[in-house]
Design a protein. Structure first.
Lengths: 136, 144
């Protein structure tokens, strides 16, 4: 029986700037920061109130996982906002929206009332978009 | 509701802006002596109205929030090898005993125990980094 999800993978264009975005702008906490040899690093962050879910910030790089062509395609797709890895919830969406905007986070949809609550959409520094929701 | 209601100019936007500014002020000045009367004055609220709105927005009173921010910053400083009393004063506390008590209550360990655990983990990471990476990810990335 599957019980929980512990890790999700978000592909980013630049691990350093993603680190800054997720910690200093979104307020996430670093869970694991493990050097894995030259130019490689296992980096996970967690939402402030969900320490059991590790979001791994993977740089798209040519190597054993991606050929050069695949890596290039991935980078283009990420930049174009193709991927929406998930939904974050918050206690107060308007306050969260104002705070993130003041930190320079790009929103593609302002807080909007939906059937299930109020939702906004923002992008990370790579182009991945996330839903930000305050559930009704 | 039959029509989506987009609310870029949502009701009481000025209230949200003021509360967020107060929160960001605490984030930036946690290490200083922060007088909540001054924050509420700057935000143009009465003290009690400010505390009520802040708690409604963030789930904590401004004072509770300030304490949590200080303790989280302290944990980061402890990771860099600074001593406990130095960290205590650096994040804005003026008593090591009250700092240690609050740290234990929020983090679950005393500052010195936290440092020992952190250092032990870093040592393990140095010796065996793959022990901290799920095998499927390590395999996909060719980490052996």
């Amino acid at each position: 029986m599957i019980m929980k999800m512990t890790h999700v993978c978000v592909y980013v264009l630049n691990q350093e700037t993603a680190y800054d975005f997720y910690t200093n702008k979104l307020g996430f906490k670093v869970k694991m920061d493990v050097p894995m040899g030259k130019d490689a690093r296992w980096l996970t962050v967690t939402p402030p109130e969900q320490p059991e879910l590790e979001i791994t910030l993977f740089p798209v790089a040519t190597g054993s996982m991606f050929t050069e062509a695949t890596a290039q395609s991935m980078k283009e797709l990420i930049s174009k906002g193709t991927f929406g890895p998930g939904v974050f919830t918050c206690r107060d969406i308007y306050a969260t929206y104002e705070e993130l905007k003041s930190k320079g986070v790009e929103f593609v949809k302002p807080p909007t009332k939906e059937f299930y609550g109020t939702e906004a959409l923002f992008k990370d520094d790579s182009g991945n978009w996330f839903s930000l929701a305050q559930l009704a | 509701m039959t029509e989506k209601e987009t609310t870029p100019a949502y009701p009481k936007v000025y209230l949200y802006k003021r509360i967020v500014q107060a929160k960001l002020f605490i984030d930036a000045n946690y290490h200083l002596t922060i007088d909540l009367d001054n924050i509420s004055d700057e935000a143009c609220f009465s003290k009690f109205h400010f505390i009520r709105l802040f708690k409604k927005t963030y789930g904590k009173t401004p004072h509770q929030y300030l304490t949590v921010v200080r303790i989280e910053k302290a944990a980061r400083l402890l990771q860099t090898g600074q001593n406990v009393s130095g960290v205590c004063y650096a994040v804005g506390f003026d008593s090591v005993s009250s700092f240690s008590g609050l740290f234990k209550r929020i983090v679950g360990q005393s500052p010195s125990a936290y440092v020992a655990t952190y250092q032990q983990t870093r040592n393990q990471i140095t010796v065996m980094p793959l022990a901290f990476v799920p095998g499927c990810f390590a395999f996909q990335h060719g980490w052996t």
